[in-house]
Design a protein around this ligand. Structure first.
Ligand code: NAP
Length: 488
C-alpha cells in the first residue's frame, strides 16, 4: 500500500477525492451567510484556497473589518445574488429569519454547517429543516465536523475529513470539490437521511474510551478495596492501629501498578484468544464473537490507560520519601536500632532486590512510553507495517515480561510468608500475576514451531477441511509452495 493510500479517510464511506487543481470549483465565487466565528474562519480559508468570497451580513458595515480585505462583505440579499453556492453559517434557530431571501436563494446550493447542543435534539436534522424552509434550493450537509479553529489553522493541524450528504449528487459533488480545494478530504455519507448522524458526530464524548475507562475504573475499585482491607482495615481490627493516613498515597500507589499491569496484559489477551479461536476452528474466515471484536478494537485505549496508571505510579513512588509519615518511621527505626546497639543494618539481599526492582520498573515505564507514543496517529502514520507491529507487538510483549519481573522482584519471597496473608488474603501482587503470566505462557506456546507454522498457514488463508494450494516463507525468507489438505 502506498503512503497516499494510507492517508485516505478511515471511515467506511466512499471517498470523493480527485485532483484538486483540475476541479472546476477552484476560483469560483462562494457565498457565506453570517459573520460569526465560523463564517470568518471559513472566509479566510476560502480566500487562502483561491476562491472569491462574498459574505452576507445583516450589518455589513460593522462586520466588514473582521474579514480579510479580499472578501466582500455586503447585505445578505446582495451576497446571495452573486453566487450559486452559499454556506449558511447561522444557528438553526435563526434559519426562519432568512425566509425573506427565499426568492433570491431559489435554485442555489445551500451548505448547512450547523451543529446542535444535544444528540438528536430535534425531530428532523438541521439540514432537513433548512431544506423544508427553502424547497426551491438544494441543501447539502457538510463542514459541521470541522471547527472554526481547524478552518483557520489549516487542515493539516486538525481533522482532515469533511463528511457530506445530500439527496442531489451534482450539488454534493460541487461541495466535495470545494472541500478538496480547501485541503480537506470529502467523505460521501450518502443521502440527506444521514444528516442526523453527521450532526451527532461533534457531540460524541470519547466514544472509543467508554469501555476502557470503565474497565480501568472497575479494576481500580477492586484492587483499591482489596488493598484497603489488607493495609488499613486488617491492622485496625487485629491490632487497633489507625492506618487511615495510608489511604491517599500508599493504598493508591499499591493499586495503580496493579491496574497498569493487568491492563497491559489485557491489551495482549484478546490477540491470544483470537489466535486460539483460529487454531481451534482451523480458519481465519470465521467471525470472532462481538465481545472479542470490541475488545480487539479497544486495545489502543486500554494500552494508553495502562501507561497513564504506570506514569502515576512512578510519580507517586518518587514522592513516597517526602511524606511526614515516612520521616517519622525512619527516625523511629533509627532510634530503635540505636537503643538495640545495632550498627550494621545492611541486608545484602534487600539491597539487590530493591536495585533490580527499581531498574526493571524504569525500563518497563520507558517501553510503555514508547508504545504510547507510537500509538498516536501522527507517529503511527510515519511507520511502516513492520516497524509498527515490531513496536506494538514484540516490544509490547517485552514490556509485559519486564513488568512481570518488576512485580516478582517487588513480591520476592513474600508469597511464602504466612504473615503476609491478611484475613487469609494473599498479597495483591500474586493476584495481578494471573492474567499476565497466562498471556506470556500462551505467547511462548504460539512461538513453538509446530503451532507457529499452523497459525501462519491459517493467517495466509489455509483452512482445516479444505484442499488448498498454499505458499509459505521458509526459514531463509524464501517462499516455498506446495499443496496440502486438511489432515496435513
Ligand atoms: P456566531 O459566532 O454566533 O455567528 C452566528 C452568525 O449568524 C452571526 O454572526 C450573525 O451574523 C448570523 N445571523 C443571521 N441571522 C441571525 C439572527 N436572526 N440572529 C442572530 N444571528 C444571526 O456562531 P458561529 O460559531 O459562527 O456558528 C455559526 C454556525 O456554524 C452554527 O450553526 C454552528 O453550529 C456552526 N458551526 C460552528 C462551529 C464553530 O467552531 N464555531 C463549528 C462547526 C459548525 P450577522 O449579524 O452578520 O447577520
Amino acid at each position: 500500500m502506498s503512503r497516499g493510500d494510507m492517508a485516505k479517510p478511515l471511515l467506511g464511506h466512499q471517498s470523493m477525492e480527485g485532483d484538486p487543481s483540475t476541479t472546476p470549483a477552484a476560483g469560483r465565487t462562494i457565498g457565506v451567510l453570517g459573520s460569526g466565528d465560523f463564517a470568518r474562519s471559513l472566509a479566510i480559508r476560502l480566500v487562502c484556497s483561491g476562491f472569491k468570497v462574498v459574505v452576507g451580513s445583516r450589518n455589513p458595515k460593522r462586520k466588514a473589518g473582521l474579514f480579510p480585505s479580499a472578501a466582500e462583505v455586503t447585505f445578505q440579499a446582495e451576497a446571495v445574488k452573486k453566487t450559486d453556492v452559499i454556506f449558511v453559517a447561522v444557528f438553526r434557530e435563526h434559519y426562519s429569519t432568512l425566509c425573506d431571501l427565499a426568492d433570491v436563494l431559489a435554485g442555489k446550493i445551500l451548505v448547512d454547517v450547523s451543529n446542535n447542543t444535544e444528540v438528536n435534539h430535534h425531530k428532523e436534522s438541521n439540514a432537513e429543516y433548512l431544506a423544508s424552509l427553502f424547497p426551491a434550493c438544494t441543501v447539502v450537509k457538510g463542514f459541521n465536523v470541522v471547527s472554526a479553529w481547524t478552518l483557520q489553522s489549516g487542515a493539516r493541524d486538525g481533522n482532515k475529513q469533511v463528511l457530506i450528504c445530500s439527496n442531489n449528487q451534482e450539488a454534493k459533488r460541487t461541495v466535495a470539490e470545494i472541500a478538496q480545494v480547501m485541503g480537506f478530504t470529502p467523505v460521501d455519507m450518502g443521502c440527506m437521511s444521514s444528516a442526523c448522524e453527521i450532526e451527532n458526530i461533534p457531540l460524541r464524548l470519547l466514544p472509543a474510551w467508554k469501555i476502557p475507562i470503565l474497565l480501568a475504573l472497575g479494576l481500580f475499585l477492586c484492587f483499591f478495596t482489596y488493598n484497603l482491607i489488607r493495609q488499613v482495615i486488617h491492622p485496625y481490627i487485629r491490632e487497633q492501629k489507625n492506618k487511615l493516613y495510608k489511604i491517599p498515597i500508599e493504598v493508591v500507589n499499591t493499586t495503580l501498578p496493579c491496574v497498569a499491569y493487568v491492563m497491559l496484559s489485557l491489551v495482549y489477551l484478546p490477540g491470544v484468544l483470537a489466535a486460539c479461536s483460529q487454531l481451534y476452528y482451523g480458519t481465519k474466515y470465521r467471525r470472532f464473537p462481538d465481545w472479542l471484536d470490541q475488545w480487539l478494537q479497544h486495545r489502543k485505549q486500554i494500552g494508553l490507560l495502562s501507561f497513564f496508571c504506570a506514569a502515576l505510579h512512578a510519580v507517586y513512588s518518587l514522592c513516597l520519601p517526602m511524606r511526614r509519615s515516612h520521616r517519622y518511621q525512619l527516625i523511629e527505626t533509627a532510634v530503635k536500632q540505636a537503643m538495640e546497639k545495632k550498627m550494621n543494618i545492611w541486608v545484602e539481599e534487600e539491597v539487590w532486590r530493591m536495585e533490580i526492582y527499581i531498574s526493571v520498573g524504569i525500563i518497563a515505564l520507558g517501553l510503555l512510553s514508547l508504545l504510547a507514543i507510537t500509538s498516536l496517529p501522527s507517529i503511527a502514520n510515519s511507520l511502516n507495517w513492520r516497524e509498527f507491529s515490531f513496536i506494538q507487538s514484540t516490544l509490547g510483549y517485552i514490556a509485559l515480561v519486564i513488568s512481570t519481573l518488576h512485580t516478582l522482584t517487588y513480591g520476592w519471597s513474600r508469597a511464602f510468608d504466612e504473615n503476609q496473608y491478611k484475613f487469609y488474603l494473599p498479597p495483591t501482587y500474586t493476584l495481578t500475576l494471573l492474567v499476565p503470566c497466562t498471556v506470556i505462557l500462551a505467547k511462548i506456546i504460539f512461538i513453538l514451531p509446530c503451532i507457529r507454522q499452523r497459525l501462519l498457514r491459517i493467517r495466509r488463508g489455509w483452512e482445516k477441511g479444505r484442499y488448498v494450494k498454499f505458499v509459505l516463507p521458509s526459514a531463509t525468507g524464501e517462499y516455498s509452495s506446495g499443496e496440502t489438505s486438511s489432515n496435513v
